[in-house]
Unconditional design. Sequence first.
Length: 432
Amino acid sequence: MPDYREMWKSLKMDIEKHDQLCEILPRFYEDIYLSQENRPEAMNYYNFVVSEVHGLRIQELEEHRSKGGKVIGSFCVFVPDEIIDSGGAIGVGLCGGSEFWEPDGERVLPRNTCPLVKASIGAKISSTCPYFQSCDLIVGETTCDGKKKSWEILRDYIPVHVMDLPQMKREKDNISWQDEIKIFMERLETMTGNRVTTEKLSESIKLMNRKRKTLMRLYNTRKSHRLPISGKDALLISQIAFYDNTERFIEKTNELCDELEKRIEDSISVFEDDTPRILVSGTPMAIPNWKLHHIIETSGGAVVCEETCTGTRYFENLVDEGGKTLDEQIKALADRYLNINCACFTPNMGRTEDIVRLYREYNAHGVVYFTLPFCQTYATEFKKVKDVLDREGIPVIMIETGYSLQDTGQIKTRLEAFFEMLDTDKGRAASK
Ligand code: SF4
Ligand code: SF4
């Protein structure tokens, strides 16, 4: 990687502390990713993106800013990318996926806060995340309590705009979410000096839909009986989708899909035929949280799909492209986004229906329900999900784990026992 120290200094980063992070990540990536056998050739692009994660992409963001452009950071798949893009800004999903940032988060947050929130706040207050340092505005949302209260703390460090997400899905909630989208759009317009027009928004809606279709194409390859790509690699691609240049991401991911579809034709798989196929469902896995996928795929399982916000919740359902006025387009955005079944909603049976549907579509043998510690919404929702899965005869295990690797052995033992009892002959005929 070229020397980006001057750029990092100009972003007021804590260089010494950042060096510590830069030392850990490459080794971690090598152990988890580069050690895999028979990876698709096209994964080289994503290897490159990871190797330049704090370099080239940041340089691109800084070039945009040097011409007066703005960078907007967000933490949730409810923040509409289409509005950011049509306002001429660049959106980046901010990651809070590393244990490295938790102690800094704990300086200002209670210890019993979910690791994702602690790490996100810690990344900012430690000045070690160049994405955070490049952001002109952070967009938060009122999803869970941990996040909601953290925005008040984050405001001391960076401008924050909070979108008030309704927690039910009635008509009045849809109207209220349309209002929130408009308020955000107006703030963005004031900040960037650019007007969001029907034409620009229409282009952005089409662009983001293309990105969703590309991710859908990638996920479709994972429905195959012979898996052309590991779950770990698919997760990495989803994580990169949150911050890479959108056009380039679409192009490179379509190239990868060409290769994966060819692999399926040629019966090339990265796993043995009788490997238990696992649907992971639950809280998002922000980069570089690869822990659970790595444990599953080194304990005899293969992850075939993620019902998470770093999985299907990010790209399923397109925005209707037919809106002729800004109001119609904003309504179309509200309709699409309120289709996301986050556990912050009540009731939220749509998510359980999604889990059952995805289990069948991806020919899974079992479900691993994942929650981060202190995530009340996802942990509480497990009861409702399990009741339905039990009724449907779908095996499920709940794993609650944070970013620390200390419990790896214990999780491995539980998963190995779970995989043992799965009927891996089930559905084979249907999936061939
Ligand atoms: S789990 Fe809910 S709060 Fe978290 S990113 Fe997804 S939609 Fe947002
Ligand atoms: S994992 Fe749960 S507690 Fe953590 S930010 Fe997401 S919804 Fe909130």
